[in-house]
Design a protein around this ligand. Structure first.
Ligand code: SF4
Ligand code: SF4
Length: 313
């Protein structure tokens, strides 16, 4: 069985195995789960069978989230985690340095790493082992919808990379998924513009996927005597998890406007806003995860934000 590429012989030709596996990595609030759903639905509209599912722990804005999409032209019996994807979609580049998330792990030889990044660099980099596609999807989202939610455009970009799904199918899937989520018509319209733009700006290249994993699977022995529970059972220990490395946007207080009302202190879900002796807010950047709730809640509009660009290897 072969999945047929939509591209003519002179265009992109991607030779997948019998099943195409895509793994999405992002942060709570970026739309990771919805992205995998839009891609799955678009594949379905393109005539394939598809399966999508997310994995996340506590629903927490900024926390690493993983989602999976499988695409095939026959019944998909495989379930669970995708250890060896053909494509990884890294919706937040700071995850690349996160030793727990490890988004590039297991990428098949010849596979594609699609990275949403603010860093300069060639949009397409091809090596013997992998293809890297770099796009600044977040900036496009900020320009068009005014928020860094990139579910639909990330799906659009991944769809183009598969070589199996046309733009109109991603657009249709976007309307269906976002309408099901109850988004306003105007927001859906903006997402369609964004999808169209990001689909077009996604570069393509002829690649051949080797079905062999680039790393062997590791079997983890979960013997209970190796598990350390003490940190989990202690109360009031959230500060020990330095969630500052989750941050994509950094809140910045303008003390000229700040009245010291303490609203940001009350609303910060991670207690990352401290008060100085004059009761003015001081952000603890080691623990601020960049959810920007303080920006939304500040009645004086005294907190703005800047995008962080974190280096990755
Ligand atoms: S909510 Fe705004 S005005 Fe109030 S303390 Fe925080 S920064 Fe200052
Ligand atoms: S300081 Fe602001 S951006 Fe940082 S975690 Fe608290 S509410 Fe979120």
């Amino acid at each position: 069985m072969n999945l047929k590429s939509i591209y003519p012989p002179h265009g992109i030709r991607i030779y997948w195995g019998p099943m195409l596996r895509i793994r999405f990595h992002g942060r709570g609030g970026q739309g990771v789960k919805t992205s995998s759903r839009i891609l799955g639905r678009a594949a379905f509209l393109a005539g394939f069978l598809a399966q999508d599912s997310p994995i996340y722990g506590a629903e927490r804005r900024g926390a690493p989230v993983v989602a999976f999409t499988r695409i095939s032209d026959s019944v998909i019996l495989e379930r669970g985690f995708i250890f060896n994807p053909h494509i990884v979609v890294v919706m937040d580049e700071s995850l690349i340095g996160d030793w727990l998330a490890r988004p590039l792990e297991g990428l098949l030889r010849g596979g594609v790493a699609l990275i949403n990044t603010a860093q300069a660099g060639a949009p397409l980099e091809v090596s013997d082992s992998h293809v890297v596609v770099r796009l600044n999807i977040t900036d496009e989202a900020l320009k068009i919808i005014g928020r860094p939610v990139i579910s639909a455009p990330a799906a659009a970009s991944a769809a183009k990379i598969t070589g199996l799904i046309r733009k109109k199918q991603v657009l249709e899937a976007t309307v269906e998924e976002l309408t099901e989520l109850g988004l306003a018509e105007e927001t859906v319209e903006k997402n369609l513009r964004l999808v169209s733009e990001v689909y077009d700006m996604t570069p393509h290249h002829s690649i051949k996927i080797n079905e062999e994993p680039s790393r062997s699977l590791e079997v983890v022995d979960l013997r209970s005597d190796r598990v350390v529970f003490s940190d989990i059972l202690e109360v009031g220990n959230a500060y020990l998890r330095k969630t500052g490395n989750w941050r994509v946007f950094t809140p910045v207080v303008d003390y000229g406007r700040c009245t010291g009302c303490m609203v940001c202190y009350v609303y910060c879900p991670d207690s990352a806003v401290k008060l100085d002796p004059d009761k003015k807010p001081v952000i603890d950047y080691e623990n601020c995860k960049g959810c920007l709730i303080c920006v939304l809640e500040c009645p004086m509009r005294a907190i703005t934000f800047v995008r962080e660009a974190k280096a990755y290897a």
